[in-house]
Design a protein around this ligand. Sequence first.
Ligand code: FE2
Length: 339
Amino acid sequence: MAHRSPENPSLASRMAEHDARPGRSCPISYRYGTEALKRCAEIEADTLYIAGGLYGNPFALDALLDLVASDPGAQLVFNGDFNWFDIDPADFRRVNEAVLDHHATRGNVETELARPAGGAGCGCGYPDWVGDAEVERSNRIMERLRETAARYPDLTSRLGALPAYLAARIRGVRIGIVHGDGESLAGWGFSQEILATEDGRASARAAFAAAGVRIFASSHTCLPVLQRFDDAGGERAIVNNGAAGMPNFLGTRFGLATRISAHRSPRARAYGASVGGLYVDAVRIDYDVPAWEARFLANWPAGSDAHMSYYGRICNGPRYAVEQAMRPTSLVRRMNLTA
Ligand SMILES: [Fe+2]
């Protein structure tokens, strides 16, 4: 989750699945295989919001629920990692009760809370370009969150029963909804780093066919990307919303959700593309910034693991620009974007 860009993206394909250290490993139980999405039951919708990486931010949750409620007929899917900073018991309960009222998939955080794979740590499957100190802090955040989750065995058990992936259909266009990538709950194949490589895009093209989808919606890797493909396979896209509960671009302080719809969005979008006749947009989640900062600091003061890993991003955003998320820029349009 804490992010570092790879110094050499060509090395990025050495993924963490071969590494047994906690936080680096991608447990066998996380693998479902892309073909499994072909057999998946579908959510029928006209408008779908997909929000991964809420990370226990209750103010982003409020803003997201308002956003969806203001969009007629819209349905909401939480595609994992809705927990992370919510070690406060009231926040944990609030976040999970709200999420479980909607469509949802497990992320690695919920999976490690509900059905820990021995030695997986946070279950993030961090690749090489994320430093050891970051990974160790994530493992300790996970341990702290487990203490809170233990107070709510019923909720935690329901998290464990959530699916690892879902499918949806909007106006005949089939959409695969995953937390990581087509292969695995904690896969990084749909990260902006991997999609920047020719090998990564070739794997993505194969995943569309294997899953029988035109669009993949993902999260997990903490930075957003909307990668459109326009070739012999027709218009297709991978849309990763980055984080719903944290800033995604340098100098900004809003989260992002993915909106896929037959209708144009009534609300502010950061960027978007047309795919198979649908609007595929990154929409802003404008949460109460001062309230969230105060809540974060109350739970994770200076010197704590989450403060060391995330406070800079919470205040200033990551070193990533909106233009970097739009790929290729000729096929992804920038909308109104202000901090
Ligand atoms: Fe994740």
